[in-house]
Write a protein that binds this ligand. Sequence first.
Ligand code: NAD
Ligand code: TYD
Length: 369
Amino acid sequence: MSRLNIGRDHWNGSWGNCDGTSPCRRQLNETIMKRILVTGGAGFIGSNFVRMVLSEHPDCFIVNLDKLTYAGNLENLAEFLEYQNHKFVKGDICDGTLVEKIVDEYRIDSIINFAAESHVDRSITEPKIFVETNITGTLTLLEVARDKNLERFIQISTDEVYGALGPEGKFTEQTPLSPNSPYSASKAAADHLVRAFGHTWGVKYNITRCSNNYGEYQFPEKMIPLMINNALNDKELPVYGDGLYVRDWLYVYDHCAVIWQILQKAPPGEIYNIGGCNEKTNLEVIDVILNRLGKPKSLIKHVTDRPGHDRRYAIDASKIISELNWRPSVGFEEGINKTIDWYLQNQDWLGNVVSGDYQKYYESMYGNR
Ligand code: NAD
Ligand code: TYD
C-alpha cells in the first residue's frame, strides 16, 4: 500500500517485482482497462465494492480516497492493501487540489462516489457535516469530473431522497424528490448537482438510488449490525417506536455488482432505482437475528422513536431489471444468515469497531431513550 503517497510505478505498463506468487503480482504486459477513483472505499459498501472489483476484475486499477472517519476502516480491506492495482489515499473529497492531483497522476477515467456521512440518526444530531461531505464533497468531485472530461461519474445515492411511503406504492425514478432527514436532504441536493452538471456542462453521469444494504463489514450504528452486536452481548435491542417501519433490504454484494454493470453498460444521464424486492418490518428482521443467534425476544426494548422517522421505503426496480437485465442474486434468508455468520466469525473486527468512541456514541444516542 502506498498511503498519501502518489507514485507512478503502476501505470507505465510494468508491475515491478513480478514473482507470480501473490494475487498482487500481475503479468508484466497486463493492460489496465479502467482507472477508477473510488471515494469512501474504506466504508461498508465502498469496501465491498473495492473487494469485488479487485477479486473479479483484475484489469481494473482503483485509487481509493477515504477520509477514514469513524465509519472508515482499513481493516475492511486488509488483504487488498498490498495489491498493486489498489492505491489507498487518506483524504477528503472536499479537497479539490487533492482530487485533481489524483485524477492527473493516476490518469483516472471514472469516479464512483460512495463517500458520505451516511447515518440518519447522526444527521439529526449533527447535520452540518452532512452538508459539507455530501453536498460540498460531491460538488468538488463534479468540478474535477467536468474539468478533466472524465468518461463517467457515478453518484451512489439512496432511495431515501424520495421521502416516505404509506402502506401502498413504490418509488420509481419519476417519483419527486421529497427528502425528510438532513441525511436524505443532503443526498438529494447532491443528486440535483450531479444532474445539473450533466445538463450544464455535459458531465457524463449516472445516479443510483438503492434501498437499505446489509452484509459484511457494516458499522454497528445501522440497524442490522447493531442488533447483532447487542444480541451477541445479551444487551437490549433498541427498537424505535412500534418497530413496524418497513425497509427493502438488499445484500451488499448485489448492490456492488450492479454498480459495476452500470459503469460498463449504462448510457450516461440515466438514474436507476435498485432494490431487493424484499420488504420487511424492523421487528421481522430482528426476529430472524434473534432466532439465528438463539437469543430470547425479551431482549427487544421499544424506545423513543426517531424524529421524522420515514414509515416505509419500497423500490420499483423495473428500469434496471429491464435495461441492464439485473436481478438480486442473494435472497434475504441466505444473505442475512451469511451476514450473521460473518459477524460471529469476525468478533475481533466487531470488538475493535465498538471500542473507544463507539461506546460514547452509543451512550449519547441510546442512554436516555
Ligand atoms: P459508510 O458510512 O459505511 O462509509 C462512508 C465512507 O465514506 C467511510 O469510509 C468514510 O470514512 C468515508 N468518508 C466520509 N466522509 C468523507 C470525506 N469527506 N471524504 C472522503 N471520505 C469520506 O457508508 P455506506 O453505508 O458504505 O454508504 C456508502 C454510500 O452508499 C453513501 O453515499 C450512502 O449514502 C449510500 N447508500 C447507503 C445505503 C446503506 O444501506 N448503507 C443504501 C443506499 C445508499
Ligand atoms: P438504519 O439502519 O439506521 O437505516 P435507515 O434509517 O437509513 O433506513 O435503520 C433501519 C430501520 O431500523 C429504521 O426504520 C430505523 C430502525 N432502527 C431501530 O429501530 N433501532 C435502531 O437502533 C436503529 C439504528 C434503527
